[in-house]
Write a protein of this length. Sequence first.
Length: 100
Amino acid sequence: MAASNAQRQKTFRERIKQRLAMVETAPPLPDKPKISVPANKRWATLADQARAALETRRNEMQEYFDERSEAWRESEKGNAFQERIEALESILDELGSIDD
């Protein structure tokens, strides 16, 4: 059974609260070094944060896609939406190779 608009809005607000709590409790970025040396730990932390944000977006988009009707998923809009999800997956794959 499909969730009502009120239920979806409540779920959305809860996800936003969770994300804000994650941001507030996340460890701070290491300070930028005073001298010109590679800041590997800082850069790795930034990449991890970007990866987490994009994974959240991809997961929510996939959940939205999965909740739509089969007719919508097979429509032009559904196909375009699926392409956006696939583009995010490609970006996430590329992010994985940054730290290699």
